[in-house]
Design a protein around this ligand. Structure first.
Ligand code: FAD
Length: 309
């Protein structure tokens, strides 16, 4: 069992930013990065055009490598392993990993992110970043004057569809039911948008394209009839699941599963445990907001640790 002052779980923008700040404060943090998922969600994408400081854009993996190098430069230790158990006990949180390491930590930052829900169709993953996307804010700009589709019926799907009409020639909003779940105000705004077409009582049953998205097959949920929809973009907006399995039952979670923090701080319901990034954020879910909240968490952890000593 190795004792650590601060362990950071997760190596996305939130975890690595927390590590940079904590390391520069002299805390020598241990980042447990994950194994296959080290570097977080941006490792699965290509061009990132909205992270400040890169006027020509930057590849997602390159950005994450730079964050890791910056954290290590100031003394953060990075372990490519998965946390298997976390027992939250004030001032002595216990962590075990898949490779058999055991740690105790006085403070812990949870930066485990969240996962977008997928449709579960063949080609969906292959065509991610080549027409299939989960984030209108990130990728809408790439679909100027194109015909695209959004799947989902809740507030975020309708908001994304409305936002995407700024770029696209036409947006088809596909929803399984006959009525959208989105709020009345959101629906009314969408209905008034001439570029938005509602494809209700329908679901996507196949995604077509080899190197880039070329179209979808849509089936009616009423009578099973199918038709082809030739689109070059598909935005999947059917929700996301915060990665909270490690600490569910030990910390307060919101009804939608996100980790609860106190106000603008990163403090969770347990002493010495802080949350950062997409795992605490059902709304913004961007690399820059995750990085910003990593800074907040490291600052809160540093204050907590200095008050103890
Ligand atoms: P994540 O990046 O999800 O990182 C979570 C970390 O937790 C990972 O390192 C994982 O290994 C680790 N982890 C989880 N469980 C464990 C465990 N048990 N043990 C150890 N480690 C664990 N945002 C933008 O701003 N611009 C974009 O252009 C953009 N494009 C995107 C494209 C795609 C395809 C996707 C999926 C997302 C994109 N985003 C973009 C969103 C952005 O990636 C996220 O908002 C951001 O990565 C969230 O950072 P995070 O640190 O909170 O979590």
């Amino acid at each position: 069992m190795t004792d650590k002052q601060l362990v950071i779980i997760g190596s996305g923008p939130a975890g690595y930013t927390a590590a940079i700040y904590a390391a520069r404060a002299g805390l020598v943090p241990l980042v447990i990065a994950g194994s296959v998922t080290a570097g977080g969600d941006l490792m699965t994408t290509t061009e990132v055009e909205n992270f400040p400081g890169f006027p020509e854009g930057v590849q997602g993996p390159e950005l994450m490598e730079s964050m890791r190098a910056q954290a290590e430069r100031f003394g953060a230790e990075v372990l490519y392993d998965d946390v298997e158990t976390l027992h939250i006990e004030p001032r002595r949180h216990r962590i075990t990993t898949a490779l058999g390491a055991e740690y105790t930590a006085t403070a812990v930052i949870l930066a485990t992110g969240s996962a977008y829900r997928e449709l579960g169709l063949a080609e969906e993953k292959n065509l991610s970043g080549r027409g299939v996307s989960w984030c209108a804010t990130c990728d809408g700009f790439f679909f100027k004057d194109q015909e695209i589709a959004v799947v989902g019926g809740g507030d975020s799907a309708v908001e994304e569809a409305t936002f995407l009409t700024r770029f696209a020639k036409k947006v088809s909003l596909i929803h399984r039911r006959g009525e959208l779940r989105a709020s009345k105000a959101m629906r009314q705004r969408a209905e008034a948008d001439p570029k938005l077409e509602f494809v209700l009582d329908s679901e996507v049953t196949a995604i077509h394209g080899a190197d880039k998205l070329e179209g979808l097959t849509i089936a009616s949920t009423a009578d099973g009839q199918t038709r082809e929809l030739p689109v070059t973009g598909l935005f999947v907006a059917i929700g996301s699941d915060p990665r909270t399995a490690l600490f569910a039952g030990q910390l307060d979670l919101r009804p939608d599963g996100y980790l609860v923090v106190e106000g603008r701080s990163s403090r969770t319901s347990a002493e010495g445990v802080f949350g950062a990034g997409d795992v605490i954020d059902p709304v913004y879910r961007q690399a820059i907001t995750a990085a910003g909240s990593g800074c907040v968490a490291a600052t809160d952890a540093e204050h907590y640790l200095s008050e103890l000593s």
